[in-house]
Design a protein around this ligand. Structure first.
Ligand code: FES
Length: 298
């Protein structure tokens, strides 16, 4: 398989792997120490979308405005433009630190080429953020031209870093809902298992029209069906632990409601695909929900 230009460059830097190997366990340890509340906050479970791309909009927007305002200041000498440039730069720096913290959290469970690309993305953005923070200090101490140059360099480096972040999503599939690439499931009820074969606490995977479905009985007896493949990184949920009416993914501990598919604990933030169920002639039957069909990408 061919590699992108960024991959070819990053793959020539083997020291990135050494650095990642040393750093990643420490990041994992610090985040784990904060417990499930910290993990869910950083992963974006509370807003039901990954948090890192939301936060990166702050520095991207603010710094773009600051560049334009610096240009206006240079051309016109406008004090208002100068103050606005400094303010926009400062907002971007604050947003940049927040985005960095959340981005490090996203990186904690990556491996192989994605981990390498992730650390390259992080290092470039850290360098850009350091230059932009330096620019603020230079401006505050009266060295405005040096501050403008530092910011220009920082903004450019952040642009390259942002490109690598895009590769992580588009090329490596980081933080995308992997359920949307699966088949929708049957568009009318089809039998999948004899009802007597599903015990009370069991989670049973069945294959239906090319898609894995996880069957279970909720505590009140209702039969539920969600996608058996975790939408985070395709973990096999039938091998996970059942906790009440939820299942914990064996790979990175995302927890989903067995009936609604909702992500209760991250790193997954999207709900699992869900299926209608009914019992006819002693058989459990399932059918795709409209949400599954609407999420189809082709
Ligand atoms: S694959 Fe990562 S939590 Fe399921």
């Amino acid at each position: 398989m061919g590699r992108t230009i960024s991959e070819r460059i990053v793959d020539r830097l083997p020291w990135l792997d050494g650095l990642a190997e040393k750093t990643q366990p420490k990041v994992q340890e610090v985040i784990d120490r904060g417990g499930v509340t910290l993990r869910n906050a950083l992963d974006g479970v509370w807003i039901e979308v990954p948090l890192h791309p939301v936060l990166t909009d702050v520095p991207v927007g603010s710094w773009t405005a600051a560049i334009a305002l610096d240009a206006v200041d240079l051309v016109s000498g406008s004090k208002a433009a100068r103050n606005a440039a400094d303010g926009a730069l400062a907002v971007g720096v604050v947003g940049g630190f927040a985005a960095a913290a959340v981005g490090i959290s996203d990186w904690r469970y990556l491996g192989g080429g994605a981990r390498r690309m992730g650390i390259a993305h992080g290092l470039l953005n850290a360098a850009g953020l350091a230059l932009n923070t330096t620019s603020l200090v230079l401006r505050a101490t009266g060295r405005r031209n040096a501050g403008r140059l530092a910011f220009l360099a920082g903004f450019s480096i952040n642009g390259i870093g942002a490109h690598l972040g895009g590769e992580l999503s588009y090329n490596y599939g980081l933080r995308v809902n992997r359920n949307v690439f699966e088949q929708d499931g049957p568009d009318e009820y089809v039998p999948v298992l004899e009802e007597s074969e599903l015990s009370e606490t069991e989670m049973r995977r069945v294959e239906v029209e090319g898609v894995g479905v996880l069957l279970s009985r909720a505590q009140e007896g209702k039969i539920c069906a969600i996608a058996a493949t975790c939408n985070h990184f395709s973990g096999p949920l039938e091998e996970g632990d059942r906790e009440g009416d939820t299942v914990v993914c064996p790979l990175h501990k995302s927890r989903f409601d067995l009936c609604t598919g909702q992500a209760i604990d991250g790193p997954a933030v999207f709900p699992q695909s869900r299926y209608h169920t009914r019992v006819r002639d002693g058989n459990i039957e399932i059918m795709a929900t409209t949400e599954n069909v609407q999420k189809r990408v082709t």
